[in-house]
Design a protein around this ligand. Structure first.
Ligand code: PMP
Length: 291
């Protein structure tokens, strides 16, 4: 990953990809003082770009990290990275972290750095392929209480549980893991939110201890526009048998149908198809859609 050709925006300037390095005594590396974003550009336009930048700056503020750039500066930098790398359909990864001035738990004297990388990441699967659905394993790790960790931030520390869960799931032949929260309610997958469907009713967990994804919020609006009711509530794992369809949402996952969670099976159908199409239309830049 670190030996590619291309350019990375690093503290205000474009650096060759291979030279975008940090010191081993970086605070962010030792104590997870790091926040990041995951975004997708479609046809040269980043979907909900400002919302992602605002979330990045909010996440930094949640970790008491003084963020050294404005929303407009980050917006311009993201565009520059896409252009300089000749990218049109791409994944965009901004990250902010505490530097290497001092290495102990307190971090206030450490400079906050920001970098933005981007690389090609097309949506690989056809709708038919997606509609087969992916299989999820229940994770043994739980999403923690918001009194334990600031769970509304997209912060590196929250991802240790995700990596453990996803690696375990993949080693057992599953595509991803679904995590419960600290109370035992259904929470989210390791990089995506989850929705359940029965007829025209869609139910999704209340995001009170995990990320309220930008894709999740988009999907709730699109589902309502397409005649579905959407209820946000706490869902117990033993309720899953009553639902017909299930799907994940996230910037990388987009809308990904699910065929199995533990003992529960789902048959991706009308709702998954409708919402995959609606999301594909929503992310297509207006100028491309008009051509
Ligand atoms: N939950 C987790 C843990 C994630 O990493 C992501 C991806 N950022 C999401 C949910 C979905 O968020 P979004 O729709 O904003 O990409």
């Amino acid at each position: 990953m670190d030996q590619r050709e291309g350019w990375i925006w690093f503290d205000g300037e474009l650096k060759p990809w291979k030279d975008a390095k940090v010191h081993v005594l970086t605070h962010g590396l030792h104590y997870a003082s790091s926040v990041f974003e995951g975004e997708r550009a479609y046809g040269g336009e980043i979907f909900k770009s400002r919302e992602h930048t605002e979330r990045l700056i909010r996440s930094a503020a949640t970790l008491d990290m003084p963020f050294p750039y404005s929303v407009d500066e980050i917006e311009a930098a993201k565009q520059l990275v896409l252009e300089k790398n000749g990218l049109v359909d791409a994944y965009v990864r901004p990250v902010a972290w505490r530097g290497s001035e001092e290495l102990s738990v307190p971090a206030r004297n450490n400079k906050v750095h920001v970098a933005i990388a981007a690389w090609v990441w097309p949506s690989y699967f056809s709708v038919e392929e997606k509609l087969k659905g992916i299989r999820l394993e229940w994770s043994k790790w739980k999403r923690p209480s918001p009194e334990t960790i600031p769970s509304s931030a997209k912060a590196a520390g929250l991802y240790m549980i995700c990596t453990l869960s996803k690696d375990h799931a993949m080693a057992n032949g599953f595509a991803d893991a679904l995590m419960l929260d600290y109370r035992g309610y259904v929470a989210e997958a390791t990089g995506a939110n989850v929705f359940f469907v029965k007829g025209k009713d869609i139910t999704t967990p209340t995001p009170d201890c995990f990320l309220n994804g930008i894709t999740r919020q988009t999907l709730i609006a699109l589902a309502r526009e397409n005649g579905y009711t959407v209820t946000e509530r706490h869902i117990k794992p033993e309720e899953l048998g009553q639902f017909d369809e299930c799907f994940l949402t996230g910037t990388a996952a987009e809308v990904t149908p699910v065929s199995l969670i533990g003992e529960n099976t789902f048959t991706p159908g009308e709702a998954c198809r409708t919402l995959i199409d609606a999301y594909a239309r929503a992310v297509t830049p207006r100028k491309a859609a008009a051509e």
